[in-house]
Design a protein around this ligand. Structure first.
Ligand code: WTA
Length: 637
């Protein structure tokens, strides 16, 4: 097996990019030709960014699992598809070949059918990082159900919000999950969530931790029992449901600057082509290499670059249940050593945290198998980039700093590892098919090099979001209304003298904490739900390891005598409403917030204070109560 559309050198990259701009339909049709379609498309692309209405490969029929599984069986049946490394290094790892994974996905597809799941139904998946999570995702895709995976770190309330929004009819979960030294009681969280979710008729529970769980008669069933039933039926075949290229494949919720998280919708055909193309080209993956992405399948990185991208390419993908620091800070390097990992894809926050442990955990680990390194999720500082390059890649492995988003479905701007130039801190150049543009506040294009602006994309690509679930208008206003005829990313960006792109961070009220997107409004709403809180304002501040930390300014009714306790209570409330990932790092009690005369909070000032730039607050004279700024400055944490 080889990849006819894998670019091999800089000239090929340049030609491909040119081709993708002058003849986008021809370019993507050439790529898409290498997949298995039940029926080919009538038209490659129809689009407008006004409504927006974007369709790729219209009229085409396919099932993504036939591309991830069936088509490999003849050639790669005995190749490892998934290598699973458990949380506890003493426990045995598991290897699923393509044949085994195929069989398991088919079995579970029949379980879903036996439990009434039909094409188009929404299924919520809330599981730890075990092979059954990938199996559940693929089985949904096989029967044409729309999966909505919720990261294991979200609270019952957050899950309930997502289930209600998607009107999911079935939930797949585990009794619990192992993460480092902790057991997370997933089923019990689901039980709490489901009190507010009448749409859910069935819950399938996979055994992992053997934590005691309550099983509701008529609603809850065990994964293992259901599989046995399919076996008793003689493991009937599980033909893949024929899907339209534009049928929804999955919903993934993500935070924005306002309101509750929105369900980003990706469709079958374009997403498949894009996840595969970007996987093969960005990482320069070669057949039989071992590829390890450390993300969780609960995020887009896991969807595109643990499951769909690698499997559609017939790759061997490592799935790791645990965390980088358990049982010690050498765990990633042990895994690289154990499985002779060739490609490692992780987050800057993990690199920074591991860097903090020095070289002890790295020494004496054999990392010589590594040919390619990747990062994703947030800007990487130069120090971390060089440490990754020198200590992990031993100076030999190229690093690809990949910029993209939940909404983009796949990598957008990144070096093609070893093929195009890398530059510390830079995502560098757009992938073929991607046309970035920088604009000023008024939407005017900023041309030339050595310039800064808001990053937009001016032409559709197959992996882009199609809508936000149940609320198309929200999709339009969030991404397509800020600047006419452009997709707005929400990121600020520099294009340097050489034309290389460097992402400078969000320009909206979205935080990026350890590579996780969190809306400031969401955190404020959660804080405001705590008894006694009058008002709050949340901003980000630079954090050595997390990239950004969460700084909350809070007004309480009357100053509680035990402020430390109140802080803990607020943190507990945020954990309950959103999840532990949104806990504020700092809480400062204030008597007022800097507001304009029209009552708008001046976050710019709070951000500067949180960042420690006290002498550089700009004009505060237009504030309703300028004195409050002085008080906040004095009380800064
Ligand atoms: C940020 C993650 C700098 C960015 C795949 C974006 C990055 C948001 C990078 C999307 C990078 C992602 N350099 N910033 N290489 N990659 N970001 O939806 O602000 O969880 O808008 O998708 O993360 O986060 P999301």
């Amino acid at each position: 097996m080889s990849y006819p559309y894998q670019l091999k050198n800089f000239e090929e990259y340049q030609q491909a990019w040119q081709h993708s701009v002058t003849d986008p339909e021809g370019f993507w049709a050439d790529v898409a030709d290498h997949f298995y379609w039940r029926r080919k498309w009538d038209k490659v692309l129809e689009w407008n960014f006004k409504e927006p209405d974007v369709k790729w490969f219209t009229g085409a029929k396919l099932n993504i699992t036939e591309n991830c599984l069936d088509r490999h069986l003849g050639t790669l049946g005995n190749q490892p598809a998934i290598i699973w490394e458990p949380n506890d290094p003493e426990e045995r790892h598991r290897i699923l070949t393509y044949r085994e994974l195929y069989n398991k996905v088919c079995q579970f597809a029949n379980v879903l059918k036996n439990n009434g799941v039909k094409k188009g139904d929404r299924v919520c998946i809330y599981m730890g990082m075990i092979p059954e999570l990938a199996i559940a995702v693929l089985a949904c895709a096989r029967v044409g159900a729309i999966h909505s995976v919720v990261f294991g770190g979200f609270s019952a309330q957050s899950i309930a919000d997502r289930i209600q929004d998607a009107q999911a009819s079935l939930v797949i979960t585990c009794d619990g999950a192992f993460r480092g030294g902790k057991d997370i009681p997933l089923k019990s969280v689901i039980d709490d969530a489901l009190m507010a979710c009448p749409s859910v008729k069935k819950v399938i529970v996979c055994t992992r931790t053997r934590t005691p769980v309550s099983m509701l008669k008529g609603r809850d069933v065990w994964w293992e029992d259901e599989i046995k039933q399919v076996e008793t039926m003689g493991n009937p075949p599980a033909p893949a449901e024929e899907m339209d290229a534009e049928d929804t494949l999955f919903i993934l919720y993500t935070s924005g600057s306002t309101g509750k998280p929105k369900g980003v919708v990706h469709t079958c055909g374009g997403y498949m082509v894009y996840a595969n193309y970007t996987f093969i080209n960005t990482f320069q993956y070669k057949p039989r290499q071992v590829y390890f992405c450390t993300a969780d399948i609960g995020w887009i990185t896991g969807h595109s670059y643990i499951v769909y991208g690698p499997l559609s390419a017939g790759a061997t993908t490592v799935l790791f249940e645990g965390i980088p620091t358990y049982p010690d800070a050498g765990r990633f390097w042990d895994i690289v050593d154990k499985f002779r990992v060739n490609v490692l894809y992780t987050a800057p926050t993990a690199i920074r945290s591991l860097m903090g442990f020095g070289l002890g955990p790295v020494n004496h680990k054999d990392l010589s198998s590594l040919t390619t390194l990747g990062t994703v999720g947030e800007p990487i500082n130069e120090e971390a980039w060089h440490w990754y390059k020198d200590q992990i890649g031993k100076g030999k492995a190229p690093i690809t700093d990949t910029w993209w988003q939940t909404e983009t479905g796949g990598i957008m701007i990144a070096p093609l590892a070893g093929i195009t130039k890398e530059k510390p801190g830079y995502a560098t150049l757009p992938l073929p098919g991607i046309q970035p543009i920088l604009v000023d506040e008024n939407g005017n294009e900023i041309e030339g090099n050595g310039v800064n602006g808001n990053l937009c994309i001016k032409f559709p690509w197959p992996g882009m979001l199609r809508t936000t679930y149940g609320d198309h208008e929200r999709c339009r206003t969030t991404y397509f209304a800020t600047y006419e005829n452009l997709y707005f990313t929400g990121d600020g960006c520099l294009r340097d003298e050489d034309g290389y792109y460097r992402i400078t961070g969000r320009v909206d009220d979205v935080l990026n904490v350890s590579g996780h997107r969190i809306g400031t409004a969401e955190v404020e709403n959660a804080i405001n739900m705590h008894a006694g809180v009058v008002e709050s304002a949340v901003v980000g501040y630079p954090h050595d390891i997390k990239g950004q930390g969460i700084y909350a300014f809070v007004i309480t009714e009357k100053k509680h005598h035990d402020l430390e306790l109140t802080k803990k209570d607020i943190i507990q409330t945020v954990s309950r409403i959103i999840g532990p990932i949104a806990k504020p790092d700092k809480i400062q009690f204030v008597s007022g917030l800097p507001k304009t005369r029209s009552g708008k909070i001046m976050r710019r000032i709070l951000r500067k204070i949180a960042e420690g730039e006290l002498d550089n607050l700009g004009d505060t004279s237009t504030l309703l109560d300028p004195a409050v700024v002085e008080e906040i400055k004095q009380g800064r944490l």
